[in-house]
Each structure stands twice: as C-alpha cells, then as structure tokens.
Design a protein around this ligand. Structure first.
Ligand SMILES: C[S@@+](CC[C@H](N)C(=O)[O-])C[C@H]1O[C@@H](n2cnc3c(N)ncnc32)[C@H](O)[C@@H]1O
Length: 265
C-alpha cells in the first residue's frame, strides 16, 4: 500500500506528516555532527530536519520497507545534492545496521505498523550508542468530526484495518504509561512524553478526498470498494456542517511523542 501512495504521500498541499515529524525531531534536538537514523522514513518528513540539524559533519540514514518510498525520496535526495544522507530499503523490525552506531533515532508514525513492536524496539536499542536518544510518534484520539468520518468506513473494513494499535484506542499505544512500559521493557529509560494536537485544514471535500487517499488511509479506500462514492458524499455533508467562519473545515488529531534514551551503562 505504501508503494502505491509513495508518489503523492505528504505532497498534495495539505501539511500533515511534515509538521508532526518536525516536532519530533525538535524534541530530539540532534546536534551538528551527530549520527541519526530515520526508521520508516517515507518521503522524508523526519529525514530532512535531521539532515539539517546534524549538518555535513554528521550522517543520516533513512530506511523504509517500501521500495517506492525509497525510490521517490532518493530522487528528492539527488536533487538536494546532500552527501551526508543515505537511504536503504530495509525492514524496521530488525534493521541490519551497525550496532551502537547512532546518536539519535527518529521514527514517526511507524512502530504501530510492525508485527512485533516490542521486538523491534529491542533491535532499535542495539543500534543506539549508549546515551543515544530515541523519539517515536504515534497517534492518539481524533476530534469528534474526524471520528464521525472514520465511522463511515467501519462497516466495510476487514478486521486488520480496525487495528487498535494504529488508532491508539487500546493496548500500549493508547496511553503515555503504555508507551513508557513498552519502551522500558526494551531497555530504554523514558524521559518524556509530549502531546501535540495536529490540525489539518480543508477547503472542500475534493481537497479532503485527495489527501485522504494520499497516505495510509488509502488502505481504507481500497477496502470499501463500490461504497467509496457513498462514503465521499456523506463525508462531504459532515465536512460542510463542520465549516468554520473562514469556510474551511479543520480536523484535529492528537499525536504522542515518546522520548527515550538508551542508558549509558
Ligand atoms: C505513516 S508512514 C510515515 C512515514 C514518515 N515517517 C513520515 O512521518 O511521513 C509509515 C511508513 O512506514 C513504512 N513502513 C511500514 N512498515 C515498515 C517496515 N516493516 N519496515 C520499514 N518501514 C515500514 C511505510 O512504508 C511508510 O513509509
């Protein structure tokens, strides 16, 4: 699915993944000269701020399982001429990279896709140098309007798309304490949790529809088949009813940033 959305991913003119990843990287505060890894880099939402922060004296590696994401981001990278950034097609579950070779690892909106997040975190711990920092973003609740739009899909979705991990409604991904426990079990000290409220704004249903098909929710559109047109019509009514005085509709998503360190000893 991520291969299919790679070309349009985060590039339909609606800022979404980029501001979330930028805040994650800000919290990690990478320093000039550090070595950073972006796990599940997609189209580079965290990769580019990491590259800026560590500068030419530093080093950034981005990995993603989707060959199309890596190809499209590689084309962007070639256009930048940055020599300190490397991309690889690689599974985040157990990346085949040099142990203890990174000062900073960022992974924005990826961990909940992995079959065994706890095992993945243990392998990420190995990649960090002692004292190295890990920053993860995961989804929290959505506002009422967005929740109501999501409900339009539910009757047509297979069980695997109703995964509570992705939506953060149950299990470790549903609370600060759950994430801290998941990280702690993998050997990390959790230093902080930062809650952010990320708005996304639309002028009309067409803009929303293009955006909603340009990222992970594409899986929902692909699953609903012939019901897609009815869902779009009903969503248009909900979006119109939620319009603000400026004529735009804003949907808001809570996002949890979990910041952790590999202990020095
Ligand atoms: C929601 S996107 C986030 C991308 C990017 N971090 C961002 O913030 O825009 C999830 C990304 O995780 C990647 N992904 C999913 N499963 C993966 C796995 N097992 N190993 C590596 N990457 C994976 C997808 O290909 C996709 O690029």
């Amino acid at each position: 699915m991520f291969d299919r959305v790679a070309e349009t991913y985060d590039s339909v003119g609606v800022p979404w993944f980029t501001p979330i990843a930028r805040q994650l990287v800000d919290e990690l505060a990478p320093a000039a000269g550090e070595s950073a890894l972006d796990i599940g880099c997609g189209r580079g939402a965290a990769l580019w701020p990491l590259a800026d922060a560590v500068g030419g004296e530093g080093r950034v590696t981005g990995i993603d399982l989707s060959t199309e994401m890596v190809r499209a981001t590689g084309a962007d990278l070639a256009a930048t001429g940055l020599g300190h950034v490397t991309l690889k097609v690689m599974d985040a579950s157990d990346p085949d990279l040099e142990p203890a070779s990174f000062d900073v690892i960022a992974s924005s909106l990826v961990l909940f896709f992995l079959p065994d997040p706890a095992a993945a975190l243990r392998s990420w711990w190995q990649l960090l140098a002692p004292g190295g920092r890990l920053g993860i973003s995961t989804f929290g609740p959505r506002d009422q309007l967005w929740t109501d739009i999501d409900k339009l899909f539910v009757p047509y979705l297979p069980q695997q798309l109703l995964d509570a991990r992705t939506s953060g409604t149950a299990g470790p991904f549903s609370s600060d304490a759950g994430m801290a426990a998941l990280l702690g079990a993998a050997g990390f000290d959790t230093t902080r949790t930062v809650g952010i409220s990320q708005p996304v704004s639309f002028s009309d249903v067409g803009e929303w529809h293009a955006w909603a098909r340009s990222h992970g929710e594409r899986a929902m559109w692909d699953a609903v088949g012939d019901n897609a047109e009815g869902i779009r019509s009903r969503a248009a009514e909900l979006l119109a009813a939620g319009r603000g005085p400026d004529g735009r509709t804003v949907l808001t998503q809570q996002v949890r940033l979990s910041l952790a360190v590999r202990p020095k000893q």
